[in-house]
Design a protein around this ligand. Structure first.
Ligand code: MG
Length: 369
């Protein structure tokens, strides 16, 4: 294998609509169809790699159209470059498109999938394979009526799920009723309560006190307040000793450093689609060094982007909370191979790269050399 084998010779993009079983309603907006896109990157020796662009307009402000435009520009930058220089290339993409993390993530994932396929190792091996095992994920219950929330909770509970990521933030009294009902219906569950910035300090305080009163188990309270309100998050931690996770407050490395300085979180939710893949890896290192817990999450993604995040958990180790459930919320699964689910457990794979294929991939645009 010569060094030129690793040269990128083609990058293709394929938009794909992914209908979601229940509307994915969060405090800031909703999705019924995830408008994602796949990336297929080809090396000089014919090896291919896949990535996924999964923008969530209501959370990061990116949409598919703007992401594809950026991906085309950034793709031109990657052509003729060697995947062996992925670290440098990731830095260059961050500099060229700081505001397009979803596009960067798709290209970076495809680049590393191709590289690890070319050297015949699983993607997680690139990061050391520190913790290769089946891992439990939570499951998301979107903002919905009390009855629908209970139906969804029972459905997942019967399938073995014991961690509910409950979306809240529209109405704190409704939210408390939902948490209490699920706590009583489903013995032994723990909650990641995600308000997507929907609460005031008083609203969050009311929720915490109420849940404590009926004995609900709050594993994490995620992004209760506005993303810039770091002092409010720090105060909630001090006043209630509830573990707070930063999500929207920590979209980039720079954001994370501010969260750490202000002691605004116990955990950080790292999403490769939110920060880009390589910047996300730096964020994991920095978070761990600062004593923060790492949660790995995602936008509404298939097993391509989530397989990459699971690779980080297995490769780097030390990522105690996984929120890698969205493939289970889609009506269809366009992926063949890759990791699988057994109830709430993600099952590792041992083939090269992400070890998956996308049979329906139809290139809409191509940047061949
Ligand atoms: Mg969140």
């Amino acid at each position: 294998m010569s060094a030129s084998s690793f040269t990128i010779t083609n990058i293709e993009l394929c938009p794909l609509d992914l209908p979601i079983t229940d509307p994915f309603v969060v405090a800031t907006g909703q999705l019924q169809v995830a408008q994602n896109a796949f990336v297929r990157l080809t090396l000089h020796d014919g090896t291919i790699g896949y990535g996924e662009i999964a923008p969530f307009p209501a959370i990061t402000g990116e949409d598919r159209e703007s992401s594809l435009k950026k991906a085309r520009t950034l793709g031109q930058h990657l052509l003729e470059q060697s995947t062996l220089h992925y670290q440098r290339l990731g830095g260059e993409l961050s500099e060229l498109a700081p505001d397009a993390p979803a596009a960067r993530c798709g290209l970076e994932t495809a680049l590393l999938d191709a590289l690890t396929r070319a050297i015949h190792v699983p993607l997680w091996a690139l990061w050391g394979g520190a913790d290769v095992r089946a891992r439990e994920t939570d499951v998301t219950i979107p903002i919905a009526s009390l009855e629908r929330s209970r139906e969804l909770a029972r459905y997942w509970y019967e399938r073995g799920f014991r961690r509910f990521k409950l979306k809240v933030g529209h109405d704190v009294d409704d939210d408390i009723r939902r948490v209490e009902a699920l706590h009583r219906d489903c013995t032994g569950v723990a909650f990641v309560i995600d308000a997507n910035q929907g609460y005031t300090y008083e609203g969050a305080a009311t929720l915490i006190k109420s849940v404590n009163r009926f004995g609900g188990n709050i594993l994490l309270l995620e992004q209760p307040l506005a993303k810039d309100d770091l002092e409010g998050h720090a105060k909630l931690r001090r006043d209630f000793h509830v573990p707070v996770a930063a999500d929207e407050s920590a979209q980039s490395l720079r954001d994370l450093q501010a969260v750490i300085r202000q002691e605004a979180a116990d955990y950080v939710n790292i999403k490769i689609t939110k920060s880009g893949l390589l910047e996300g890896i730096v964020m994991i290192t920095v978070a761990k060094a600062a004593g923060l817990g790492v949660m790995l999450g995602g936008m509404v993604e298939t097993r391509v982007a989530m397989g990459c995040s699971y690779s980080l958990a297995m490769g780097l180790g030390g990522c105690p909370v996984l929120d890698l459930d969205t493939p289970l919320l889609l009506k269809t699964d366009p992926i063949e191979g890759g990791y699988t689910y057994k109830g709430p457990q993600l099952q590792p794979w041992h083939g090269p790269g992400l070890d998956l294929d996308i049979p329906s991939f139809q290139a809409a645009t191509s940047a061949r050399l």
